[in-house]
Design a protein around this ligand. Structure first.
Ligand SMILES: [Fe+2]
Ligand SMILES: [Fe+2]
Length: 287
């Protein structure tokens, strides 16, 4: 047996096996970080920095998205019978609620006018969780690149970047958890129900792709789209001169870097990086 093969066999876990589920819950619980949004020492900003921050057009959408995601994920803990996975989903719900609290604290501190929507009530626990999860796989991938762009161009002062870094890291853990949970969920079903589950996931992904395609078509039109996909248009707002080709390259690099910190035995989100890699190859560098 080759050394590579031996290495593979000692490290691989079967997706959906008890070992995989243990690993999944443990990775998520162990990497949870403790912080309190209400105790953040918000950095003082210069007049220009404040103008740029408050001028970003997506605060309202960000608040609306976190409202839907946080309530959906919190409720989704009831889907799980495995106590550790249930705990991990509840913890993810807590982290999403904390994003909403962080946004509330930020917009209050810098006096960004926001209307807070009524708490979202999920309609179907599993469908809503799948929809939110696949949506996060898209949004987080672009958020990783946009954040790097804003950080490296100095658009956000370093002190503010530091405040947001834990949020980005949480989104990495969320999508990593989600794709593995979907695989474990499918593996648990009797064989004859798996194709329907795959079809449902495919349909939800298609709805998310269609929504992003609509946004991509309108790039450059200056119109801001629905709350689920504002990360696709955000590069126009952070003032960094970047082509779509360049942005995809940064997103791919950041995605790889951030995912690289976690246990290699867990499955990685593949669809969005795959589509982006294809587009990155096909698009001319000038676009
Ligand atoms: Fe979030
Ligand atoms: Fe999230």
């Amino acid at each position: 047996m080759s050394a590579v093969r031996a290495e593979f066999e000692t490290t691989a876990v079967r997706l959906g096996s008890p070992q995989h589920k243990r690993l999944l819950a443990q990775f998520f619980i162990d990497t949870h970080r403790d912080y309190d949004p209400e105790r953040i020492d918000w950095p003082p900003l210069s007049g220009e920095e404040l103008r740029r921050l408050t001028g970003l057009p997506f605060w309202q959408e960000a608040v609306a998205t976190e409202n839907v995601t946080s309530n959906t994920v919190t409720a989704a803990a009831a889907l799980e019978s495995d106590p550790q996975l249930k705990r991990a989903i509840a913890l993810q719900g807590f982290e999403e609620q904390r994003h909403a609290r962080l946004l509330a604290a930020l917009t209050a501190h810098y006096r960004i006018p926001i209307e807070f929507p009524a708490p979202y009530a999920p309609r179907d626990l599993e469908d809503d969780f799948l929809f939110a999860g696949f949506g996060e796989c898209f949004d987080s991938f672009f958020a990783f690149g946009l954040f790097a762009l804003a950080r490296d161009s100095g658009f956000f002062p370093a002190a503010l970047v530091e405040v947001f870094e834990p949020v980005l890291e949480e989104e990495v853990r969320h999508i990593l958890f989600f794709v593995n949970w979907v695989k474990a969920r499918r593996a648990e079903l009797p064989w004859w129900r798996r194709p329907t589950f795959r079809l449902r996931c495919g349909w939800i992904i298609l709805k998310q792709v269609a929504s992003r395609a609509k946004t991509a078509r309108s790039l450059g039109g200056g119109a801001h789209q629905s709350s689920e996909n504002f990360t696709l248009t955000a590069h126009q707002d952070i003032g960094a001169p970047v082509t779509l080709h360049g942005l995809l390259g940064i997103c791919l690099r950041e995605n790889e870097r951030r995912m690289g910190h976690y246990d290699a035995r867990l499955a990685r989100p593949r669809l969005v990086p795959f589509i982006s890699r294809v587009l990155h190859r096909l698009l001319p560098a000038s676009l």
